[in-house]
Design a protein around this ligand. Structure first.
Ligand SMILES: *Cc1c(COP(=O)(O)O)cnc(C)c1O
Length: 212
């Protein structure tokens, strides 16, 4: 089932005209180690988790399989040490304090932690993410942190106008020639995300089924 779902999503991706390299990330929050292993057995390498404790158990169980782990959940200061030690990518960095802690805590024997700046593209007051006005300053600060590599931006747009916001993300990243990664697009809107330049798709439900 998971295998069929992954094939279907790959077909959907292939049907969209695009020139950029698109990486499918399996969002595996709440899923069991066994479900992840089924995806791994079909060749899936990229997984994303929202909750640290849950993620650490899976990372530990599945180590040695060359997986790439993405953290996509909200980050409190007391979580940064374990995120810095255990993940390859962090998509949900939205303030300097968190970026600085990740930078200080990234173990020296690991490659740089790759980070994305999360943007509150709808400017919704209750949502996490930096505002569009903050981007310039945060990019400059993030780029000065030597154990992090800022690669681009992430957003979780309001479903009611995601296409328009994907387009806005694309025009924002064009202003930063060093940045090449756009994490946007979920199960319902992956086609329009790809059309608008997404390089990471974050898909949970359409791979593993509905969450309990
Ligand atoms: C849960 C989650 C997803 C995946 O959502 P689905 O609806 O299960 O495909 C993507 N991005 C983030 C940030 C999430 O928290």
């Amino acid at each position: 089932m998971i295998k069929d779902n992954l094939e279907k999503i790959q077909e959907r991706i292939n049907q969209v005209n695009h020139t950029q390299f698109v990486t499918l990330i399996a969002v595996s929050k709440t899923r069991s180690v066994d479900e992840l292993q089924q995806a791994i057995n079909t060749g899936q390498k990229h997984f994303a988790e929202n909750y640290l404790q849950e993620a650490l158990i899976k990372i530990n169980h599945l180590k040695g399989q060359n997986l790439i782990w993405h953290f996509i959940g909200p980050i409190q200061s007391n979580k940064t040490l374990k995120i810095a030690k255990n993940f390859d990518w962090v998509h949900s960095v939205d303030r300097l304090k968190i970026a600085k802690r990740l930078n200080e805590q990234r173990p020296k024997n690991l490659p740089n932690l790759k980070v994305l700046l999360q943007i509150n593209i709808d400017n919704e007051p209750i949502k996490s993410g930096a505002s569009i006005e903050q981007i310039d300053e945060l990019v400059t600060h993030f780029e000065s942190l030597k154990n992090l590599t800022l690669r681009g931006f992430m957003c979780i747009p309001n479903p009611s106008n995601s296409a328009q916001n994907f387009t806005r993300m694309t025009s924002i990243i064009k202003q930063y020639p060093n940045l090449d990664a756009l994490s946007m697009g979920m199960s319902r809107d992956l086609e329009s995300a790809i059309t608008n330049g997404a390089t990471f798709l974050r898909i949970g439900t359409d791979i593993f089924g509905k969450r309990a």
